[in-house]
Write a protein that binds this ligand. Structure first.
Ligand code: DC
Length: 226
């Protein structure tokens, strides 16, 4: 039996890829995988269980055993072993810890198995850093979204301010640059576009313009579904 089709959307944070991936999954009626959330969940869980980020065995055991549930019924709910943790998952400090966790090969392989389970009919839109290169290398269609670090920091700044979180733009830019550096230069599954990815620079594009570009490609690759 053939496997469910997959569309991958990779790139650094602040490129709008999460928003685009969700909208695309809704449009197609496909499943959605927010792979970054899995790394964030490990970071939150490690903190709750007091597992140090250099305790690789402990982190691995936790990553393999954790029971995660995503629900889009009410806002975006994420539960870890039955407990709602979405607000902790979205914190900037969690993103920082997730980037450290994501550089550990043992954690990447523990989470790989969990990610593959999301590939179910009628299809999957997968958002992350290595969706097109490592997790779903045979995806039917791959995107890689980029934007200048300044524009990405600006977008994140607006998002956080709108949520009532007090942040400093310059500090945000510095954090984004250091996470980019770690995600791009790590030995396992570094952030990079797949050779066959459609690369879109979103710096001066609105979400709607990016979505239109993405949909045009999707319609060519999947003429029947759309
Ligand atoms: O997309 P995000 O901000 O939720 O990702 C959190 C961290 O996890 C980020 O530093 C990169 C890492 N990550 C990864 O290494 N591989 C993925 N497929 C998704 C995220």
């Amino acid at each position: 039996m053939s496997q469910a089709p997959v569309i991958t959307i990779d790139g650094p944070s602040g490129t709008g890829k999460g928003t685009i991936a969700r909208k695309l999954a809704d449009f197609l009626g496909w499943h959605f995988l927010d792979s970054g959330a899995l790394y964030r969940i490990v970071a939150v869980g490690a903190q709750e269980k007091e597992i140090l980020l250099n305790d690789i065995k402990g982190l691995r055991r936790f990553s393999e055993a954790m029971k995660v549930a995503f629900s889009q019924d009410f806002e975006d709910s994420i539960s870890l072993n039955g407990k709602e943790i979405s607000s902790q998952v979205r914190l900037e400090e969690t993103a920082e810890k997730a980037s450290l966790v994501a550089a550990i090969p043992e954690i990447r392989s523990a989470l790989l198995k969990k990610q593959l389970i999301f590939r179910q009919n009628p299809g999957l839109v997968a958002d992350g850093r290595d969706m097109g290169t490592v997790v779903f290398p045979d995806a039917e269609l791959k995107f890689y979204l980029t934007a200048s670090p300044e524009e990405r920091a600006q977008r994140r700044y607006k998002q956080l301010i709108n949520k009532g979180v007090n942040v400093n733009l310059r500090a945000l830019l510095k954090d984004i640059a250091s996470r980019d550096e770690r995600d791009t230069n790590r030995k396992v599954s570094p952030l990079r576009p797949a050779d066959d990815a459609v690369v879109i620079d979103t710096t001066s594009l609105t979400i709607e313009q990016v979505l239109n570009r993405v949909l045009a490609e999707v319609k060519t690759t999947f003429p029947v579904t759309t």
